[in-house]
Design a protein around this ligand. Structure first.
Ligand code: ATP
Ligand code: MG
Length: 947
């Protein structure tokens, strides 16, 4: 190894090397794999190319090179437990990869990897090993091809080819489907790197110790494996490689841990400056340091990809990782939020290559600190509670009669309670349990969590009509398509034609009527029916946009098909349509009630969408796209759609965002949307391949499944000088203000929206905010309503609308002045009542006793009067003062010594309260009867208590 390269240079070396060999450099995909519901996080380089391997998609290049962001903390790949314990596994890491899609194969792949490792980077040739596949089940041929190629590499020791079986060297995407042998490159780090030195263990490639490091996996996808065990060669063979970036950096920088590379220097230094540890002290505590650096890096990348801390799914992982890092922080004395500082060094280091970190810097830092603060509020109570549970377990375990096996494991439901109540993630509870030699039942935790999310509505709700009757409708479809008895088929192979975009009014004939689950030839007034027509323009609820409503009316009665159904010449009829659904593949039904006449199969009809309602919906849908765009601008790219409703009356938009928006942010968003409306931008609708749309930067929504061909909605930076004809071409050239994959219906120009007003902003769920807004008519109605209220207010204030705020302020000032005056008057009045009674005070034995009710007063005045009483009678005085239900009692010190306490006076009149012996405060019961009677008992108490 000649010069010491930085991590960033090593990554660039890798990319440059393969670009020189004809590869296209492609960016990493997000940690959130779009459109792949089976995977929580991107966990290897191949995720973004999966569809190419299975043949459902293609790329414009045949060779690619990339560095892919990966996360292995959930699902099949979970390395969490290795992190901190070893020096080679992270939760987040980068995987360097070169790819061939049906282009070059083993010969080039192996030669290039050898060349890069040894010629370019100068790794010692005699220390490198290559593993190849030999089937331990004997079904798949041994990969002699790869082995032979290895042996031809200049300087490679032929004895360093080793064969391994399916577990190590067969790559399968799933149980069946594309698969192939792989060849892994391992490096012998030398005897001194054997962490099990001196013990009896397997020391070798894929062995038990850390001496041999797996660096790079070259996968050769060549077979298709069928369910019956058949193995067929794939028509196109692919290469998929993955090299652990952090590992190669550690090797090239000559350090014995990934954490000692320059990738982590910044983070470690920040931590060390926070703890004040010396390097030696840091090394002695290396586990917490490693865990924190690893987790802070993962959290930064996750938040940059929009995964903010939360309670469910991906968001839970971010939360868990931050909290776990925070807890490890306490082990090295960090008890205040500190992760933002560590993340800052991550952003500094990685920000150039991964600009999303820079772009979301404020969001990342802010989310980290907030999450630490949230955790700090409950962690103590949580760990104390957990400790109680663990202590019980430990006690049970030492109890000789107790069941040992059961007691060593904490109930998963209890662990979930700890999470639900104290925010203690399972992984942290498990850390704590394991530190004491105990464990937690993970399956139980997961079960409890699932139950909880179902109970709180997190589970997927069944469709309105469940699809239980889809077979029934499929049979109707078959009949309509078969054209029995020489009649021409009534429906083509694709079934009912669906065109909600261009056909709000469709002519056709009634193909089928269904009432109460039965196919009928005619329906009667008031019947609720499902109507099948050859074509429909009614939009079926999807992507948040609600169903269309409208009417189906008979157009001409007694058509040529009338005799087929045996129908007679009839009157006109009408069905009010309130629902549409896809009852089976190829079958769309209109659901509604017959409001006049008797609809019959074969009648000619016009089906018409309620166009006013539809336009309201379209305004709200286009406005939703503008809102989405504005939220990105104002809050950042993390503010992604998490749910949406597009209705005629209003729109509702849920998005990932940890905190409430400020009034200024809400105002800015509202303003931006209205500016976009005023800009009169054209809304361009197109269908194209999903791949093309994504490549052009169209925004796809999380969790939405898109087909091969997608519909895109672009809102173009306006150029109103263009004619309709030129717009089509211009669309490709014009810059896009907003670009989304969307199957909904939209207006043609943003100005059609009219106006956009945010009605509310609030919380929808943990980490998710919700905006409700109105447009067009809805906006007018809202303005009108508010304006009326304002006018009424102005009328009431006898002012103009403009003067209302000043008037209200003046009124408030006046009210508070008056309140003050009233309080003064009352205090004066109270004082004069008090003085009057003081002048005529009663004595009991030798004691001056005052028992007095002062109406309309307050506790402060009572205290003031009590003080005055004590001033007048520093000795031999006792007083009880009441206003409303409040009582104050005072007793001079000499009387306290003689056995009379202030509290006795309160209880003496049936009240409750407490305080010092010489001054007590309390209250009278609400239904305590007459106050005068009560006060009459004061003298008696004084008499009784005094000795
Ligand atoms: P290992 O056996 O070391 O866990 P693996 O077999 O799980 O590795 P692959 O799935 O083949 O690894 O991934 C390709 C490369 O990515 C590995 O050769 C390794 O260099 C690197 N790698 C895998 N997991 C991690 C991780 N958790 N952190 C850092 N690098 C990793
Ligand atoms: Mg692994």
């Amino acid at each position: 190894m000649s010069k010491k390269l930085t991590g960033n240079q090593i990554r660039q070396d890798f990319i440059d090397f393969f670009v020189e060999h004809g590869h296209t450099a492609v960016p990493s995909m997000s940690l959130v794999p779009g459109g792949d519901g089976t995977l929580l996080f991107t966990n290897s380089g191949m995720v973004q190319f999966k569809d190419v391997f299975v043949g459902t998609d293609t790329r414009p290049y045949k060779r690619a090179v990339d560095s892919q962001k990966c996360l292995r903390v959930a699902g099949k790949h979970n390395d969490l437990e290795d992190v901190g314990r070893d020096d080679t596994h992270h939760t987040f890491f980068e995987m360097l990869g070169n790819w061939s899609f049906g282009d070059y194969y083993k010969k080039e792949a192996i030669a290039w990897s050898w060349q890069l490792l040894t010629d370019v980077w100068g790794l010692p040739k005699d220390k490198l090993y290559a593993t190849c596949f030999e089937d331990d089940m004997g079904d798949i041929p041994r990969d002699d091809e790869a082995a032979d190629i290895w042996k031809q590499q200049q300087g490679f020791n032929p004895e360093h080819v080793l064969f391994f079986g399916r577990k190590e060297n067969l790559w399968q995407m799933a149980e069946f489907g594309p698969c192939g042998p792989c060849s892994e490159i391992h490096l012998d780090l030398g005897e001194e790197r054997d962490n099990l030195r001196g013990t009896d263990h397997v020391c070798g490639v894929n062995g038990e110790c850390t001496r041999y490091l797996e660096l790079w996996n070259n996968v050769f996808i060549q077979y298709n494996l069928f369910e019956d065990g058949r193995l067929e060669p794939l028509p196109a063979k692919h290469v998929d490689t993955g090299m652990g970036f952090e590992r190669i950096v550690s090797v090239l920088q000559g350090v014995d841990s990934n954490y000692k590379t320059d990738l982590f220097t910044g983070s470690l230094e920040v931590l060390r400056s926070l703890t004040g540890h010396s390097e030696k002290e840091m090394d002695a505590n290396f586990t917490p340091y490693r865990v924190i650096c690893d987790h802070a890096r993962s959290a930064a990348f996750l938040i940059a990809d929009g995964v903010v801390p939360g309670n469910g799914g991906r968001n839970y992982v971010t939360r868990m990782i931050i909290r776990r890092a925070a807890r490890f922080g306490t082990k090295i004395g960090l008890n205040q939020p500190f992760l933002a500082k560590v993340a800052e060094s991550v952003i500094d280091y990685y920000g150039d290559f991964y600009p999303e970190l820079q772009k979301n810097k404020a969001t990342i830092l802010d989310n980290l600190t907030r999450e630490e603060v949230r955790f700090a509020r409950t962690v103590e109570a949580g760990t104390a509670h957990l400790q109680n549970l663990l202590s019980d377990l430990l006690a049970e375990r030492s109890d000789p009669i107790g069941e040992r096996s059961r007691s060593a494991m904490l109930d998963g439901h209890k662990a979930f309670d700890l999470y639900a109540t104290y925010g203690l993630p399972f992984e942290i509870s498990r850390d704590i349990a394991r530190e004491q030699g105990l464990d937690i039942d993970e399956a139980g935790f997961t079960e409890a969590k699932n139950e909880h999310s179902k109970a709180s509505g997190g589970g997927k709700a069944m469709g309105k009509l469940g699809g239980e009757d889809s077979e029934f409708f499929a049979n109707i479809l078959k009949d309509l398509q078969s054209g029995r008895g020489g009649v021409t088929p009534l429906l083509g192979k694709d079934g009912v034609e669906y065109d909600p975009y261009n056909s709000p009014k469709v002519e056709g004939e009634v193909l089928a009527l269904v009432v109460n689950g039965e196919s009928v030839s005619s329906a009667s007034l008031d019947d609720v029916v499902e109507v099948i027509l050859p074509k429909t323009g009614f939009y079926i609820e999807s992507g948040g946009q609600v169903n269309d409503e409208g009417y189906i009316r008979s157009s001409s009665i007694g058509s040529s098909t009338a005799d087929r159904t045996g129908g007679q010449q009839g009157q006109s009829w009408e069905i009010e349509i309130t629902g549409v659904r896809r009852a089976a593949a190829g079958v769309i039904t209109h659901i509604g009630q017959v409001i006049s006449g008797q609809p019959k199969v074969g009648d000619k009809v016009i089906a018409e969408v309620d166009i006013v309602r539809r336009h309201n919906i379209m305004r709200n849908h286009t406005a939703t796209h503008l809102l989405h765009k504005a939220l990105h601008e104002v809050l950042g790219d993390h503010a992604r759609q998490a749910g949406s409703l597009v209705a005629p009356t209003h729109l509702r938009f849920d998005f990932t965002q940890p905190d409430a928006m400020t009034p200024e942010q809400i105002e800015r968003v509202e303003k931006m949307v209205n500016e976009a409306i005023a800009a009169d931008m054209p809304v361009h609708k197109e269908t194209k391949s999903q791949d093309e749309a994504k490549k052009e930067g169209a925004m796809a929504l999380f969790g939405e499944k898109y087909g091969e061909i997608v519909r895109t909605i672009s809102i173009l930076e306006s150029d109103s000088s263009l004619s309709e004809n030129t717009q089509q071409q211009a669309a490709a050239l014009q810059s896009k203000y907003s670009y989304e994959l969307c199957g909904g219906t939209h207006i043609d120009r943003t100005s059609d929206i009219g106006a956009f007003l945010i009605v509310s902003e609030g919380s929808a769920a943990a980490g998710i905010r919700r905006i409700e807004a109105v447009t067009g008519r809805g906006a007018y109605e809202l303005i009108n309503k508010r304006f009326k209220t304002l006018k009424q207010t102005a009328g009431g204030l006898k002012s103009s609308v403009e003067e209302v705020p000043a008037k209200v302020e003046a009124l408030q000032d006046e009210v508070s002045e008056l309140k003050k005056e009233l309080a003064n008057l009352r205090a004066q009045q109270a004082l004069s009542t008090f003085n009057l009674h003081l002048a005529n005070i009663q004595t009991v034995k030798d004691v001056n006793v005052l028992a007095l009710e002062i109406p309309d007063s307050n506790v402060d005045t009572l205290r003031m009067l009590a003080d005055k009483f004590r001033e007048k009678y520093p000795k031999a005085g006792a007083a009880v003062l009441v206003t409303g239900a409040t009582v104050i009692a005072v007793v001079t010190e000499d009387l306290v010594k003689r056995g009379l306490k202030a509290g006795d006076l309160i209880t003496g009149i049936g009240g409750k309260g407490g305080g010092r012996p010489n001054l007590a405060q309390g209250s009278l019961p609400a239904s305590g009867g007459d106050v005068k009677d009560a006060l009459g008992k004061v003298e008696k108490t004084v008499e009784e208590k005094l000795t």
